[in-house]
Design a protein around this ligand. Sequence first.
Ligand code: FCX
Length: 435
Amino acid sequence: MDKIKEHFSSKVGEAQKDVKDFISQHGDEVIGEIKVSQLYQGMRGMPALICETSKLDPEEGIRFRGYSIPELQEKLPSMPDGGKEPLPEGIFHLMLMNEIPGDDEVRRLSNNWARRSIVPPHVFKVIDSLPKSAHPMTQFVAGIMALRTESEFARAYRHGIHKSEYWMPTYEDAMNLIARLPRVAAYIYRRVYHNGEHIEPDPKLDWAGNFAHMLGFDNDEFKELMRLYMTIHSDHEGGNVSAHAVKLVGSALSDSYLSFAAGMNGLAGPLHGLANQEVIRWILSMRDELGGGLPSKEQIANYCRKTLADGKVIPGFGHAVLRKTDPRYEAQRKFALDHMPHDEMFLIVSRIYEVVPDILSATGKVKNPWPNVDAHSGQLLMHYGLTEYDFYTVLFGVARSLGTMANMIWDRALGLPIERPGSTTTALLKDQFGK
Ligand code: FCX
């Protein structure tokens, strides 16, 4: 058993007892009510899931195990050679262990993932069998499914593993998946956009730094961006489509590969993770239509009104839970102010921020007119030359492995059962309320 697994193992017994005692003491307490409208509105606001790794407050935004993003930027280890951004290894450790790691623990995770990172050749063959024009998310999901041949949970289950040990092979699958995803993602990127000129991993680098390297970006500032990007995209509590899909599918004891692929299919939807590419597509088409350069506030406002009049959403704005500017947006804005305050695309993104909230508020129906994480991420990537925006959701997906896999290990450790909420029909509801 590796040291990280041993450390996690030491926490399992106590957590199981804690949850069991809590349920026996408070299992009958009522924590909310369900309105008929919520059944038709995507179950907004219904507490229905346990997700230990992070919690989203509508006003304050995300907290990972109680820590806000600025706190994590201060507390999580960064690169020893003067790095400023948190290493994603650190947030994974925090989410899994519920402890802020030290430099040694983070280095151990980097090394552990580097050792696990070899991708079997058939995975590349599966990806190569798809046309290059297949969306990168399609290729990503195919790659994840091909990785499944390596599932230790599937093997252990077939051999009759005792349920108390489910978390152990799940841990192996989760760690292997996290370790291998950057290679799979970079392979897709180089295949589609760089004539298949692939770049070998550098096992001496940290997880995000190595990912940047394999993508073909060896600039130190871009590596710092990747560390921040992976950290802030890692988790957003349990009810968003991708995290919930992973949890739901995992609850059937589908292994990490099956479950994560399900989540990635959800992330690929334009109302969720695909919004990061849609933001850049929307900005570029606005710029093209206006003849290039920095559009005025009035021009942006007119373009927004046209988007709404065409029955489309303004990508990167709004949220099902948040009711203020997403702190993940703010962290990226700060990165831009520190590193590229005069970048034209940044100035456009900033101006959009000044204009859009009023326009969305004026519709009278948008509950949150403020920007979310996706409103900013593409601009930062564009600045460093990662301009192929169809690839952006894959980056989001790699980051999401951290939170969803930490959760999955916990779900198996706590022995959570298969999910099976009830459904009803409109006719039955009408009967219940006398029509
Ligand atoms: N532009 C135009 N209309 C919007 C809007 C936007 N950015 N955001 C919400 N609305 C509309 C909804 O479409 C809905 O209209 P309808 O009543 O005609 O169907 C109405 O406002 C009420 O929706 P609301 O309750 O505010 O929002 P929801 O919780 O239903 O949806 C999302 C939340 C995020 C899906 C919605 O704000 C949206 O479509 N935003 C644009 C896409 C986007 O940026 N998604 C990324 C979100 C996130 F950060 C992520 O997962 O990555």
